[in-house]
Design a protein around this ligand. Sequence first.
Ligand SMILES: Cc1cc2nc3c(=O)[nH]c(=O)nc-3n(C[C@H](O)[C@H](O)[C@H](O)COP(=O)(O)OP(=O)(O)OC[C@H]3O[C@@H](n4cnc5c(N)ncnc54)[C@H](O)[C@@H]3O)c2cc1C
Length: 386
Amino acid sequence: MLLENKKIAIVGGGPGGLTLARLLQLKGVAVKVYERDTNKAARIQGATLDLHYASGLKAIKTAGLLKAFKDNYRPGAEKGRVIDKHGNILFDEHAEVTTEDFDAEHFRPEIDRDALRNILLDALQPDTVVWDSQFVTMSPIGDAWKLEFKNGTTATADIVIGAEGANSNIRSFVTPVKPFYAGVVIVQGNVPDAATTIPDMHHLLQGGKIYAYGNERYLHVSSKGDGSIDFYMSSKKDENWWQNSGIDFSDRDQVCSWFKNEFPDWDQIWLSLVEHANLPLYLRPQYCMPLDKGWDTLFNLTLLGDAAHIMPPSGEGVNLAMLDALELSEYLTNGEFKDTQAAIASYEKEMQHRAASEARDAMDMTEWMHAEDAQTKFLQFFGSNT
Ligand SMILES: Cc1cc2nc3c(=O)[nH]c(=O)nc-3n(C[C@H](O)[C@H](O)[C@H](O)COP(=O)(O)OP(=O)(O)OC[C@H]3O[C@@H](n4cnc5c(N)ncnc54)[C@H](O)[C@@H]3O)c2cc1C
């Protein structure tokens, strides 16, 4: 086996990195995950994720974790409503009966990000994850790498996998190409204990998702298993708007006046989100990695997930990351390649091809979601899928 007696360092314990660690351990590979979070209890920001049959769920099945997934996913959380800015329901999936069939291609079960991380963590051998290890840089030592972390510790590895997400530092060791700005900023927040703090929104949400469009803005609201509500408010902005706006997103009054200005004539029910959200709100300018050029494969370093192919959200990111992990683990362990260079080259070729296509779709989606007629388009999309 190509990885016999080799030490693998995965940097980043997100869904991609942890899936890879689990799959490699199932093949008897020595692997460590270096994760920036200080411990397992660190709370992960972000709405629920739906896993797809041919990617995320396929990786979960191959990792032997389908039962754990079934014990933790959130039936019904995938059901959505399209609501206009005045609060009128235009489309409602809650009336539809969903067949929960994990063997059906269309079934897209939702899971909270924390629950997914815990399933993967619990499946790893003890001490696989080295917490509080924020990668800073690395340097070659012969054919291996010496990694350095912010807390002053170091580690060595024969092969390094950069899985540290959108702002990957390891990316620059693989390619000089940088992601370009995708034109939108997402303002993200979370409202705890929604049934008590914002009962009207809680009721409207019905444990699922809400999609709202208007004024060239997009608002995505999503229930979480802990009783909180997550929201993304997205609009076209200059790349440095968030730095230059002068708005303090940790100040309630400033956040509320920003919202009223940004979403004029939207109903009070939307304002209630920022009135009760934990502060600060998070500002996420969106970037996209150009993947048409590729890069020269290295024999001891590669990337997966957002580190390899950050793109604006399109509902595919976590699925792509987990499929990357599945394919990379297979290519490195299936005995079909003469060396790690050949295995990584095949993985990167397919990964880049797949991600380039998804990135084009994600950029198209970002464009129409922030157009004047977005609500009409989205309703047509829903209609054509029912
Ligand atoms: C607003 C928004 C909404 C989204 N919605 C969806 C959705 O509905 N469906 C979907 O499939 N995808 C969605 N995505 C995309 C999805 O979140 C990502 O594609 C997915 O999380 C990528 O997984 P990953 O493992 O590659 O990286 P990440 O999930 O980003 O994990 C990276 C890990 O690396 C750690 N890390 C970061 N830097 C370092 C460092 N220097 N050293 C060590 N560790 C480090 C982080 O703490 C983290 O644990 C969304 C993204 C955004 C921004």
